[in-house]
Design a protein around this ligand. Structure first.
Ligand code: ZN
Length: 143
């Protein structure tokens, strides 16, 4: 028999009132009983799912299985390409200006970025000698 909305609200209010009056021990006992009941229900549900679908027949769920596909252009393929591309990117820091970001082009011999390697001035524009280093990164800004 289905309860009407009014009956359901009245029952909820009565239950809330009852719960507000119970002692700490009564509350803990009620919650532990409810947890045990929920646990048993979940275990039963798991058992029925395993009986209906044997382990080997169930498809293995991965993140890619939740992604939509659009005709021939698969989102999974695009994502795979993106991750492959991202794995090739390295983060390097310039020895002169200390600038670093993913994919920064470095001049291999000097360990400098292209801007610093082209700078012929003494001291170099963004160097420590030119007082261009802000110092250590504050802990609040560190990743
Ligand atoms: Zn540099």
């Amino acid at each position: 028999m289905a309860l009407t909305e009014e009956q359901r609200l009245r029952n909820n209010a009565r239950r809330r009132e009852k719960h507000a009056q119970e002692s700490k021990e009564e509350r803990e006992e009620r919650l532990s009983k409810r947890n045990a009941r929920d646990r048993a229900r979940r275990a039963e549900k798991r058992r029925t799912v395993e009986q209906n679908e044997p382990q080997e027949k169930r498809p293995r769920l991965t993140l890619a299985s939740f992604l939509p596909t659009f005709g021939d252009c698969k989102v999974q393929d695009t994502l795979k390409k993106f991750h492959m591309e991202m794995s090739t990117i390295t983060v390097a820091a310039c020895s002169t200006c200390q600038e670093s970001f993913p994919g920064m082009v470095m001049v291999p011999r000097h360990g400098e970025c292209t801007r610093c390697s082209r700078d012929r001035g003494t001291p170099k524009l963004y160097s420590e000698e030119n007082n261009m280093h802000p110092g250590a990164i504050p802990s609040q800004l560190k990743v």
